[in-house]
Each structure stands twice: as C-alpha cells, then as structure tokens.
Design a protein around this ligand. Structure first.
Ligand SMILES: [Zn+2]
Length: 297
C-alpha cells in the first residue's frame, strides 16, 4: 500500500522534551514531503506543560482496544487516548497511514526504532534505516511478549505501519542539540524511505536485518516495604544491546553484595537504569537478537 499520510507525534510522555520541541519546530516547517501529507500531534499537552511523564496514567499504555472501548476507563490519559484514536485512527481502520511517535530515554541506547508490528513495510523500513544510520537499533516489542495477548497499548499501535522512536541518553525535561539532530535525521530518512516506497524507487535492501525482540522485564531487588535495595552494577551500566551472559554482574546491594545474572541463555539488555521505570521497580528489559529476512518486492 502507498503511504499518503504520516502523523508525527511528540509529548506522549510530557517530560520527554525533545518530542515536544520538535513538534513545535516541525509543525510549520514540514507539512508535506513529496506527495505525503504530514500531520502533527502533541499527544499529552497537559503533561508536556507540567513536564511530567503523565497526569493520571501512562498515555503510551492506553491504546489497547479493551481500554479504548471501555467507557469506565476515564482520567486524563484514557480520555485523551480515545480522542486521539478518533483523530488519527480508529485503530483497526485508521485514517492515518503511518505514525512516528517521538520519545527519549535516559538509558544509553542511541537511536532505537521500536516496532510493535513486524509487517513487510516495517521490516523493509527497518532494513533501510539500519543501512543508513550507523548504530541504529531495531527493537521489536510485540503484543504477545509485552501484553500477553494481541491487544497492544502503545500509541503507534493505532496504525499497523510506523514506530516509536527512542533516542538517548538524555535526562527528562531537557533538550540537547545532538539528541534533536538524531531524532530529526531518523525522521528525514523515514520520509525518504516512504517516498521511495510509494514510487517504487527504493532499489535493493539488505537481505536481512537484525531485530532485538522483547522477551521480559527484570525488576530491582526490593525489601518488605517494596523499597529498592540494589543498584545497577557499575560494570553493567550503559551496556544496552550487548550480550548478557550467565555470571555477569547486574546489581550491587546496599551490603555491597553482587548479584549475578543466572540464566544460561544469552540475552541483550535494553533500557538499563531507565528513570521512567523506577516507579514500577523495573531495572532493565531483556531481548533476544534475531536476523530477520527482509521481504523484497
Ligand atoms: Zn517515552
């Protein structure tokens, strides 16, 4: 299918200021690209104004069908999700063809393109971006691994095509030139890809693409009062997308006791020490690395 309309979303997490800044910058500068209509959405304006991740509930966990269709689910973000779904969706039969949802991370993850669906267009785009942007990573958070069913809750699950873009490391609430440029650069390459896709001028893509597949989250150790009792071991800090093996140190406790990774399988950790996940006690997530065949047309 042709991609005729793209929505670029900022501020889904109100304290990820890069997306808010780029929303304000780009909305008047880039309204179409070689035949593709580009719309903009400041998805969580109240949280952006207060520089908070969310007001009542994480907006980027509010787009499951079961919540969009549940009138009992209220509060600022659930209501906002329903309004956004009517504006750019509805999920299942959307008026928009493609979503780019801009996020940042406090973890040392560089540029990560997060897919919720591995359909042919998304995989071809993943291969294209991987070939154009050095060190860019493709991280797939499929519904079954993340939600336990097929009802994904991310904003960009409203359309089958698109991704959320995570760039970091950056503290919440601030803007930095390098992070802005990496975000804009990825958007520009994406628009180039979509235009070439529409016009059948893409040329050869790599035969395979490396995709990090979400497997599970790992929590911090806590005491009986649910207070965190350990921190990320200094040797493990920043080691996103690098293999984690049995015997590698992952935590150090208040008593200087080292906690080692105990699983036999090799995983690739992501979101190590992400600030936004402390309230959920999540220390990092684990992925497996797969080489996926790129569909050629
Ligand atoms: Zn975010």
């Amino acid at each position: 299918m042709k991609i005729n309309s793209v929505v670029i979303v900022g501020g889904t997490h109100g304290n990820e200021s890069t997306g808010v800044f780029l929303y304000n910058k780009l909305k008047n500068q880039l309204t179409s690209f070689k035949g593709i209509k580009i719309n903009y959405l400041l998805s969580n304006p109240k949280a952006a104004k207060e520089c908070k991740r969310f007001i009542d509930h994480d907006l980027n966990r509010s787009f499951a069908h079961k919540d969009l269709n549940n009138i009992e689910k209220t509060g600022y973000e659930f209501n906002r999700a329903k309004a956004i779904n009517s504006f750019i969706g509805p999920k299942g039969n959307p008026s928009t063809d493609f979503i780019i949802d801009m996020h940042t991370t406090t973890a040392n993850m560089g540029v990560s393109v997060i897919l919720v669906e591995q359909n042919p267009l998304n995989i071809r785009l993943a291969a294209y971006l991987s070939s154009k942007i050095k060190d860019l990573k493709i991280y797939s958070i499929g519904a079954s691994a993340y939600m336990g069913d097929n009802d994904h809750s991310f904003l960009n699950s409203v359309t089958p095509h698109g991704f959320s873009l995570e760039v970091g490391p950056i503290a919440n609430g601030i803007v930095r030139g390098d992070i802005l440029q990496m975000t804009e650069n990825t958007i520009n390459h994406t628009l180039d890809f979509l235009q070439a896709h529409n016009n059948n001028t893409l040329g050869d893509l790599p035969e395979t693409v490396e995709i990090f597949e979400h497997e599970k989250k790992i929590s911090y150790p806590v005491d009986e009062n649910k207070m965190i009792t350990a921190y990320i071991h200094e040797e493990f800090e920043d080691k996103n997308y690098l293999p984690l093996k049995k015997g590698d140190p992952i935590f150090k406790t208040m008593n200087n006791e080292i906690i080692y990774f105990e699983e036999d399988k090799i995983y690739y950790p992501v979101f190590i020490n992400e600030a936004a996940y402390y309230y959920k006690k999540t220390a990092f997530s684990l992925t497996t690395l797969n080489k996926i065949k790129v569909p050629q047309v």
